[in-house]
Design a protein around this ligand. Structure first.
Ligand code: URA
Length: 248
């Protein structure tokens, strides 16, 4: 059972969601001491449960359908893309309110990277979207030091040799050249650790600022930095399609 007031959903709602009883009837079951959570009788109406909690009514397990939840977040810098941090740093979950479901990030963005991050409790879709074989394109806006030469841009596009092997072909566009810095758009189909930063480091143009602007068919339109929204069913379907025939 959850330890804080805000985590999870009310037990009577979980019973109603599972089709066991209406909320009112669920409250009566709880008051009557007929409901157990993780083996312990719960007869307090304020109790909340989270996804992994085992609920029983009269000793019979309640089958809980897990409602899939899909979130698109515009991640600011200074947040980890993990669900907790032993050093107590803020994570992307600190930005989201209680959603009634435990969501996990789809892949990673570095602590200092901004931009489009998907979060879901749909492990199957996460696997489809993050599996390198499915090559879902992700686009980044990178501000880099210096002014990359045509040869450097060509190397980035063809594949750069990193410690973990050559990168797959990428689409590179110069967006803007300023004094001492250049803004590039890079579309890659892999998701290796710190990939964009490492690619640009290798060609001699370290990243000053990095933002993910697209993930497959989705972009950040209408979602300001630090804001989030749920995905619609059509968007989830488009994501599945972006992961190839296995996602259909
Ligand atoms: N590539 C990186 O180097 N960092 C990110 O956060 C994402 C892609």
């Amino acid at each position: 059972m959850s330890s804080t007031q805000q985590e999870g959903i009310r037990l009577q709602k979980a019973l109603a969601d599972a089709g066991v009883a209406s909320r009112r009837a669920g409250e009566e079951l709880i008051r009557a001491g007929r409901v157990r959570v993780n083996g312990e009788v719960v007869n307090q109406l304020g109790s909340r449960v989270s996804e992994g909690d085992r609920i029983e009514v009269d000793g019979r397990p309640v089958r809980r359908e897990i409602e899939p939840v899909y979130v698109l977040l515009n991640k600011p810098r200074g947040f980890l893309t993990t669900t907790s941090d032993p050093e107590g740093r803020r994570t992307v979950l600190d930005i989201l309110p209680e959603l009634g479901a435990r969501v996990y990030p789809v892949g990673r963005l570095d602590y200092d990277t901004e931009g489009l991050l998907l979060l879901t409790n749909d492990g199957e879709l996460t696997n489809l979207l993050t599996h390198p074989r499915h090559g879902v394109p992700k686009t980044y806006l990178a501000e880099v030091e210096g002014s990359p030469s045509p040869a450097a841009l060509e190397t980035l596009a063809r594949g750069v040799k990193l410690e973990d092997g050559y990168t797959a072909p990428a689409r590179i566009r110069v967006q803007r050249r300023d004094e001492g810095r250049t803004t590039l758009s890079l579309t890659i189909t892999e998701g290796r650790n710190r990939q964009v930063r490492r690619m640009l480091e290798v060609v001699g143009h370290p990243v000053l600022f990095l933002k993910r602007t697209r993930f497959g068919p989705l972009d950040l339109r209408g979602v300001k930095l630090g804001q989030w929204r749920f995905l619609g069913a059509d968007e989830v379907e488009r994501l599945r399609r972006a992961a190839g025939p296995r996602g259909r």
